[in-house]
Design a protein around this ligand. Structure first.
Ligand code: ZN
Ligand code: ZN
Length: 374
């Protein structure tokens, strides 16, 4: 289990972006292999840990996922469930720390372990939010969603050359990488970099594919069928394997994560599988007993019995009229908070009637702490 990212950077859970950046820069400076007193492998491992923590915490969406789900939440965001150097988006920051633009230490540190550009790699995973209603939670919902994504170009078979015609790069012999020797303050350093001729792909072509302009990839909108299960909760994620961006160099495509958002319902409050609502009735019905009609989430009208002597604020229960359990057969209940409908306008006859009633009630109340009512 990796260490907690906040602990790695030595910042609190509510650290600002700036705090995180400062902590990262300080730690990166202290732990880079040239300065660190640790053996090279240990220093590299430490540096990797620091960078990984920073990578997640500096990105708002990744940080949120990490806060909610821990390491499992963010690892799924990265290729193949693991962490690789290619996931870093903040190379510029590292360059800032070591000075210069891609200086010698940078090359020394990253040159050897970097994956060649022409190696197969999984495509990016994508996220798509679907908003559903409370009724969809009850019934489940099949949805067709339009997902913009990157696909391999069919015209050139993802090679980037017109009609798929490509040549092996002469400069690197197809490996995509060349060795460069440089002078640096630390002496002559040999490093491996992307071949400048082919840009690391190992291939060149006389003519670009006109459809993808040589990239081998095209943007496309895909229609994907999603089956949202009954009982889905807000924030749940469905993983659709292989529906993300196309892979690189024959690598597998990424995944698609469908995030479910459940819209609030004006009529019901959700509490897990139970629903809450108000039931509005009259004073006489509370005293004498009676019934009120209530519309359930199924859209049906249910007659709810109000027992004699029911108090305002009492809770009545309609068993089995809540939401279905996720991946289960049972259903929750519907709870009804009793409220009273106080009329704002009354006729003269009603007024008389109410006065009489209040008079009687007052006599009863007279034994209370407020003394004799009017
Ligand atoms: Zn080349
Ligand atoms: Zn093409």
């Amino acid at each position: 289990m990796p260490r907690d990212y906040y602990e790695v950077l030595g910042v609190s859970k509510d650290a600002t972006k700036d705090d995180i950046k400062k902590a990262y820069r300080r730690l990166a400076r202290e732990n880079h292999p040239d300065v660190s007193e640790d053996p090279k492998e240990v220093a590299e491992e430490k540096f990797k840990e620091i960078s990984e923590a920073y990578e997640v915490l500096q990105d708002e969406s990744k940080r949120k996922l990490y806060d909610q789900h821990g390491h499992a939440g963010v690892n799924q965001q990265f290729r193949g469930g693991g962490f690789s150097w290619d996931d870093f988006t903040h190379f510029d920051d590292i360059r800032d720390i070591f000075g210069g633009s891609g200086g010698s230490i940078f090359d020394m540190f990253f040159g050897g372990s970097r994956r060649p550009k022409n190696a197969p790699a999984q495509g990016e995973s994508l996220r798509y939010d679907v908003t559903i209603t409370m009724t969809d939670v009850l019934n489940g919902r099949d949805e067709e969603i339009q997902v913009p994504k990157t696909s391999n170009c069919h015209d050139c078979n993802a090679t980037g050359g017109r009609d798929g015609k490509v040549n092996v790069c002469e400069q690197c012999g197809g490996s995509g990488q060349v060795q460069m020797v440089r002078n640096s303050p630390f002496g002559r350093i040999a490093s491996v970099t992307d071949c400048p001729k082919c840009g690391g792909s190992g291939k060149t072509f006389k003519e670009r594919c006109p459809k993808c302009r040589g990239s081998g990839r095209v943007s496309k909108t895909n229609t994907v069928s999603v089956s949202i299960p009954k009982g889905a909760e807000d924030g749940m994620r469905l993983r659709l394997q292989g529906e993300g961006d196309a892979g690189f160099n024959g690598g597998p495509p990424g995944d698609l994560y469908v995030v479910i958002r459940v819209r609030d319902d004006k009529r019901y409050e959700r509490e897990g599988i139970n629903l809450w609502a108000d039931i509005v009735t009259t004073y006489p019905r509370l005293v004498l007993g009676g019934s009120e009609d209530v519309v359930t989430i199924d859209g049906e009208t249910a007659k709810v019995t109000i027992p004699p002597g029911t108090q305002v604020g009492a809770v009545l229960r309609l068993p089995g009229k809540g939401l279905p359990k996720f991946r289960g057969n049972s259903r929750g209940d519907m709870f009804l908070r009793v409220r009273i409908d106080v009329p704002t306008r009354v006729s003269e006859e009603e007024r008389e009637c109410l006065r009489k009633l209040d008079g009687n009630a007052g006599t009863k109340r007279s034994k209370g702490i407020f003394g004799k009512g009017k």
